[in-house]
Design a protein around this ligand. Sequence first.
Ligand code: ADP
Length: 412
Amino acid sequence: MRDNKENIISIRNMTAPIGDILLVDDRPDNLRLLLNILKDKGYKVRCVTTGAMALRVCHRHPPDLILLDIQMPEMNGYQVCEKLKADPETAGIPVIFLSVIEEATEKVHAFNVGGVDYITKPFQVKEVVARVENQLQILRLQNKLKEQNIRLEKEIRDRQAIEQQLRELNREMKRSNQELEQFAYVVSHDLQAPLGTIASFAQLLQTRYQDQLDGKALQFIERIITGSLRMQHLIDDLLQYSRVGRMAQVFETVNCDQVLSQALANLETKINETQAQITQDPLPAIAGSSMGLLQLFQNLISNALKYRHPHISPRIHISVSLKEDMWSFSIQDNGIGIETKHLERIFQIFQRLHSDKEYPGTGIGLAICKKIVELYGGKIWVESCPFQGSTFYFTIPAQKPQDNPLMEEPKS
Ligand code: ADP
């Protein structure tokens, strides 16, 4: 029944005003009376005098509402109504029965065959208008609902299409990232051997032929060696960058205290050289890869040592707090700081704020940090003030993230 009504609403022109009424009564005086009442109210009214005619009209041009007399010769109102309700094309048209009988059983019968209301004769003008208007109002509301449903369904379809596009883009991005990583890996790996040859032969020249070469030649050789070393750093960093993706396949419980100790041990020479004071909060155990965490701590602390204040010895503090379901780590230094306009771009690969002479580097360290943090579903950012120091923050979910689109599927 509900389905049928929906069918009808979808067939009729939803923008046309609702108010097309069909009167069905074998008595012309009744028809005339109702016609006058309803025409006065501005409705479009059509009249027929038999059930058969009513069925034909309903098929050709379905009205919005039918006022149907019960006592008619040949086919009575109940029969007409049953036929209308049995046909999906006309089942949704609401029917108000007209009768002189006040019997409750008659009314019940009228509702049983699908009527929506019941008006008794002699007609009271106000009652007829109120009951008709009531049904038409229900129709209007149903139409409105139908329109809203259509709009909502369209919105849902649009959203699903966008989500599908995003999923495809993600897949595509993941694929091209992997290709790029693979490319960077192969290129940097293959560059290592010839570069090693250049560097070691230059060093041989320097040591074996020192006495036979003039100052200019030795200076050139020195340049070759520094250039090769710089290139070696670049290759090492690029290799590290291209390995980050593979690291995401690893999920283990990482004791951050131990990882930090390892990072500090790796940086021991630099720490002693700069007389840095390093302090830390007790750190938690988290889900991730110890390799990734080690790289994160090591890159950030090594930067804090490298970009230290020229006149103050470095003070670095590592702290952590649990905010909602994220661990939030911070590495605070008292170094040269960063101007606000550069705070975002330093996380992009090859973005540096100084020349190699001022501070040697490749501009890959923070890009590696960003990649690691994002692979584990976190974020990285920095707050800083020139000459007062910087605090680098990164977050890592306390739980292993399930739906990170960038996260690689663990290999089975
Ligand atoms: P690199 O140190 O090799 O240049 P990074 O990606 O590690 O590359 O850093 C990018 C840039 O961000 C650095 O060149 C430096 O200008 C700035 N930077 C990073 N860490 C700090 C820090 N702790 N204090 C001041 N500047 C920093």
